[in-house]
Ligand binder design. Structure first.
Ligand SMILES: NC(=O)c1ccc[n+]([C@@H]2O[C@H](COP(=O)([O-])OP(=O)(O)OC[C@H]3O[C@@H](n4cnc5c(N)ncnc54)[C@H](O)[C@@H]3O)[C@@H](O)[C@H]2O)c1
Length: 311
């Protein structure tokens, strides 16, 4: 099997490339390093079957040779990144997805879109099932990401229905693990970095908003299972274990042994108040469910950050 991974030098993409190589898949990783890095690919750079192409996928994508899959992960993903890169985020979700689909069609390859739980916006239905259409503010600051992904889903379904491309849509819920950038602004890297450097942990609002965090190895397994199951409708992949952000901060303090205090900051605009996947579809159709519990995943992640900060 030969696979293109766009965004392969990012947090999730690099774990996916590593996993695919372990399954004996040939991997072409494509990235422009706008939020990813060559360092993320260090573990796989010299492995047989791995090649890298520096390319912005909002431009036409040319690939020599056959492809069985196009896995389209390229997109800024943390709120800090997409608020700083609003146009690039919209372009990669729209033009980048169009180019990646065009490539899949011309190679007769299957296509997988890395979508997001953010398509549900600030949800009025809880937990979120795939048939919920969402509550997104199209003109708010977060709209650049949410609407780009909603467009990406729409064009993916259009290529499936109109051109017959074999497509998958994975709606990824908050994921974490080694290789998230220390300063990417997402809650887990921020709290861990603050805890390990003795800084106060900054919780937005009163910390009662909830999230459900999945460890990256569970996500990669879910993507692999979805590739092998002919489901063209979107599938939530996430860990239904829901916790408040205040609980998360406290847990990270305990697991890291840090003495930092917790301080509260104003809630960002349109910050979702709740987030929890309904994973019935993944359970029944893919036979998938998460295996790594939050304490285990956080311990692995804290160890990785500790090594990075002391390197
Ligand atoms: N991390 C999460 O919790 C999460 C949740 C939901 C969805 N997702 C989706 O998963 C994917 C990967 O997210 P991540 O957390 O690894 O983010 P990331 O920022 O670490 O990785 C994204 C990668 O895409 C690359 N990229 C961005 N624009 C590009 C372009 N125009 N051309 C080529 N490469 C480009 C970046 O350089 C980076 O390497 C994204 O599509 C994101 O929307 C992630």
């Amino acid at each position: 099997m030969r696979v293109l991974v766009t965004g392969g030098a990012g947090f999730i993409g690099s774990h996916l490339c590593e996993f695919l190589l372990e399954q004996g898949v040939e991997v072409l990783c494509m990235d422009n390093f706008i939020t990813g890095s060559a360092e993320n690919c260090a573990a796989v750079r010299d492995r047989p079957g791995f090649t890298f192409a520096l390319h912005n996928v909002t431009e036409y994508i040319a690939v020599d040779g056959p492809l069985d899959w196009v896995l389209h992960l390229a997109s800024p993903a943390s709120p800090r990144d997409y608020l700083e890169l609003p146009i690039q985020t919209l372009k990669v979700g729209a033009l980048g997805t169009h180019n990646a689909l065009g490539l899949a069609k011309s190679k007769r390859a299957a296509f997988l879109l890395a979508s997001t739980s953010e398509v549900y916006g600030d949800p009025l239905v809880h937990p979120q099932r795939e048939d919920y259409w969402g509550n997104v503010n199209p003109i708010g600051p977060r709209g650049v990401y949410d609407e780009a992904k909603r467009f990406a889903e729409a064009i993916t379904m259009a290529y499936h229905r109109y051109h017959g491309v074999d497509t998958r849509i994975v709606r990824i819920f908050n994921s974490y693990g080694p290789r998230m950038r220390l300063n990417d602004g997402r809650a887990i890297p921020t709290f861990i970095t603050q805890a390990l450097t003795g800084a106060p942990l900054t919780v937005y609002g009163d910390g009662s908003q909830t999230r459900s965090f999945q460890f990256v190895s569970d996500l990669v397994q879910g993507i692999w299972k979805l590739m092998h199951t002919p489901v063209n409708d979107p599938v939530n992949i996430g860990n239904p274990y829901e916790m408040t952000l205040l609980d998360l901060a406290k847990r990270i303090l305990v697991l890291s042994g840090a003495q930092s205090e917790i301080v509260f900051r104003p809630l960002p605009v349109d910050d979702p108040k709740v987030r929890q996947p309904d994973i019935t579809r993944a359970r029944t159709l893919l036979g998938w469910e998460p295996r790594v519990d939050v304490d285990e995943g956080l311990r692995i992640t804290i160890d990785w950050y500790r090594q990075r900060l002391h390197a």
